[in-house]
Design a protein around this ligand. Structure first.
Ligand code: 16G
Ligand code: MG
Length: 548
C-alpha cells in the first residue's frame, strides 16, 4: 500500500514518449497498429491495468500483447478482466484517453481523472499478469508494460510467450484459486492438463480418426499444439505445419485462419488432397477454421458457422439423452453468419438464434443469457458458455440408463474442455475432434448438414468511415441517410439475396457483405453494393474496376 508517486510516473513516462499527432483508439480488439508506434501505448496500458486492479480490490488483471492475424510488423495490446472476460466497456474510454495524453503532465492528469471518475483508491495494491505472442516486437513492448507496473508498484506476473486464450485462462485461474469457482491450475501445465483430461474422458473408448493437419500460421499456436500433442497424442495424431516462428516475415503470411477464410483456399504448400483433414489457427490461436478437399479436389471450408452447427447439435443431443430438463440452449451469431447456417439452426435444430454486432465481446455477453450459449463468428472466433445453473444441473444429474450416465459424463467433460473465458482455437479444435470421434464422421459428413450460400466480402476505401452508422446488429445503415433504401432496392430482385454494409473496427475501410443463391448473383450483388457505397459515400482513389 503506497500512494502513486506522480513525479516518478512522469520520469518513467518520459522514456516512453507518445508519438506526436497519432490518435489511438481502444477498439474491438484493444489497440492494434504498426508495432513501432506502440511503445507509449503499452506503457500506458500497463498503468491502466494496475489502476483497474486497484479498482477491483487488487484482483489480477491480464495484459496480452498480440496483433492476432495482422502482419508481423503490427502488434497490439489488450486488457483482460479478472474472470477472463474482455475489459469492461466503460474502461475502453479510459484506455483511449490515457493513450492519447500528449505529454507526461497530461498523462498524470488523465490518471488522476480516472481515479476520481471511477472512485478507486490509488494506494491499493495491484496485480497484473502479462503474456505476448511470437512477434519480434513483443519483448520491447513487454518491457514497456513492466516499466509501468514497476513505477506503480504493481505485482508483475510474467506468463511468457502464450496464446491469447491461455492468458485469459490463467487470469481467471489466478482470481478464482481457492474459491468454489476455482477454474484450474494457474500454469500452462494446468491448462494442458485440464484440456487433456477432459478430452480423454470424451474420446477414450472411441476409434481414432485419421491425422489432423494443423496450420499454425507460423505463430504461437505451433509450439502450443506440439505441447498439446504430448498430452493427447494417444488419441489424436496432430501434424503441425506452418510452424516456423523464427524466420522473419512468415507469421500469418499466406497461411493461418484469416488467409484461409478470406481466400477460400488452403495455404500454399499444404498440398491438401482428398481425404485429408485440416484446420488453421490464427497468429494468437484464438480462432480456428477447418477444411478439406472433396472427391474432385475442390476446397471446402468448415468455418465458425459450421462449427457452431456441429457444436449445437451435439450438445442438444447430449442434453436430451441425459434427460436434464430446464436448460435453455441458444446460438449467437453476427450478420456475417451464412444465411444457410441460420436457417439450419432455426429450422432443423430448432434452437433460438440471436444476432449481435461484430466482435467477440458482443457475442460473449449475449451467450451469457442462455444456460448453454454457443457463440461463433463465421471467421472462427467462438466458444460455448455454460451458466452456473447448467453446470449445477449437470453435476447433480443422476442417470438411470448407461446412455444417460454417459451423456451426463460427457456434458461434464465438455464444461472443462471448452474454454469458458474466450474463444480458444486449441480448445475448440479438441471440441470438434471429440464430436467427430463420437459421431465417427468425416469432415465431408459434417459439411453435409447444410450447404453455404455463395458469399463475398468486399472492402471499400472511403474518405471517412465514421459517417457510417448501423442498427439492427449492423444489418442496416441509418447513416448516410437514404443509402439503406438504395441497398434494399438493389438486393430485392436476387433470390436469397442479402447484403449489408458496416465500417470496419480494425481497418480504415468499409466492408460490404453479400450472399445470394448463385456465385454469379452473389458477386454481382456484392460489386453493385460496393459501387453504390463508393459513389455515394465518399469513395477514395480510383474506382475499382470490378465495382458495378
Ligand atoms: C476483431 C475482433 C473479431 C472481429 C473482427 C472484425 C475480437 C477479439 N476480435 O478482430 O471478433 O471479427 O475484429 O474486424 O473481438 P472488422 O471490424 O475489421 O471487420
Ligand atoms: Mg486472433
Amino acid at each position: 500500500m503506497a500512494p502513486i508517486d506522480y513525479n516518478k510516473v512522469k520520469l518513467v513516462s518520459a522514456k516512453h514518449p507518445k508519438p506526436p499527432g497519432v490518435k489511438f483508439t481502444y477498439g474491438t480488439a484493444g489497440f492494434r497498429m504498426k508495432a513501432e508506434l506502440l511503445d507509449s501505448v503499452t506503457f500506458r496500458v500497463g498503468i491502466l491495468a494496475s489502476l483497474r486492479s486497484k479498482k477491483l480490490d487488487s484482483k489480477t488483471i491480464g495484459v496480452m500483447i498480440t496483433a492476432s492475424h495482422n502482419p508481423e510488423e503490427d502488434n497490439g495490446v489488450k486488457l483482460v478482466d479478472p474472470y477472463g472476460e474482455m475489459l469492461e466497456q466503460s474502461w475502453e474510454e479510459h484506455a483511449t484517453k490515457l493513450a492519447n495524453a500528449e505529454s507526461d503532465d497530461d498523462l498524470v492528469n488523465v490518471i488522476q481523472d480516472i481515479i476520481v471518475n471511477t472512485g478507486l483508491d490509488g494506494s491499493k495494491d495491484s496485480s497484473v499478469v502479462y503474456a505476448r505472442d511470437t512477434r519480434p516486437s513483443g519483448p520491447a513492448l513487454v518491457a514497456a508494460v513492466e516499466d509501468a507496473l514497476k513505477v506503480l508498484g504493481a505485482k508483475a506476473l510474467d506468463f511468457g510467450v502464450k496464446t491469447t486464450p491461455e492468458l485469459h485462462y490463467v487470469t481467471r485461474c489466478l482470481n478464482t484459486a481457492g474459491t468454489k469457482d476455482a477454474y484450474g491450475e494457474p500454469t500452462e501445465e494446468g491448462y494442458f492438463k485440464k484440456l487433456g483430461d477432459a478430452f480423454r474422458e470424451l474420446v477414450e473408448q472411441k476409434p481414432h480418426l485419421s491425422a489432423l493437419t494443423v496450420d499454425a500460421a507460423n505463430g504461437v499456436g505451433a509450439p502450443k499444439v506440439r505441447q498439446l500433442s504430448e498430452v493427447v497424442g494417444k488419441f489424436i495424431d496432430l501434424r503441425v505445419v506452418n510452424d516456423d516462428i523464427y524466420t522473419k516475415g512468415k507469421l500469418n503470411f499466406q497461411c493461418g485462419a484469416d488467409f484461409v477464410k478470406t481466400q477460400q483456399r488452403a495455404p500454399p504448400g499444404m498440398n491438401l488432397v482428398s481425404g485429408m483433414r485440416a484446420c488453421s489457427l490464427d497468429g494468437d490461436a484464438d480462432r480456428i477454421v477447418y477444411y478439406y478437399a472433396d472427391e474432385d479436389g475442390k476446397f471446402r471450408l468448415l468455418d465458425g458457422d459450421k462449427i457452431a452447427g456441429l457444436a449445437a447439435s451435439f450438445i442438444i443431443d447430449l442434453v436430451r439423452t441425459a434427460g436434464i430438463g430446464d436448460i435453455k440452449i441458444g446460438v449467437v451469431q453476427t450478420a456475417y453468419a451464412n444465411g444457410s447456417s441460420t436457417a439450419y439452426l432455426t429450422n432443423v435444430l430448432k434452437v433460438p438464434v440471436s444476432c449481435v454486432p461484430t466482435g467477440v465481446k458482443h457475442l460473449h455477453h449475449e451467450a451469457e443469457k442462455y444456460d448453454v450459449g454457443v457463440y461463433f463468428e463465421a471467421n472462427g472466433h467462438g466458444t460455448v458458455l455454460f451458466s452456473s445453473h447448467a453446470i449445477n444441473s449437470i453435476r447433480s444429474a443422476k442417470g438411470g440408463t448407461p446412455e444417460q450416465v454417459t451423456a451426463i459424463n460427457q456434458l461434464s467433460a465438455l464444461t472443462n474442455l471448452i474454454n469458458q473465458t474466450v474463444g480458444d482455437a486449441i480448445s475448440d479444435m479438441l471440441f470438434v475432434e471429440s464430436i467427430l470421434m463420437n459421431k465417427q464422421i468425416t469432415l465431408r459428413q459434417w459439411d453435409e448438414a447444410y450447404t453455404d450460400l455463395p458469399n463475398r466480402l468486399v472492402k471499400v476505401v472511403v474518405a471517412d468511415r465514421h459517417i457510417f452508422k448501423t442498427t439492427d446488429a449492423e444489418r442496416k445503415l441509418v447513416e448516410p441517410k437514404g443509402l439503406q433504401d438504395k441497398i434494399n432496392a438493389i438486393v430485392a430482385p436476387y433470390t436469397e439475396g442479402r447484403s449489408f454494409v458496416r465500417p470496419s473496427g480494425t481497418e480504415d475501410v468499409v466492408r460490404v457483405y453479400a450472399e445470394a443463391a448463385t456465385r454469379q448473383d452473389c458477386d454481382e450483388l456484392a460489386f453493385k453494393i460496393a459501387g453504390l457505397v463508393f459513389d455515394e459515400a465518399g469513395g477514395v482513389g480510383e474506382r475499382p474496376k470490378e465495382f458495378l
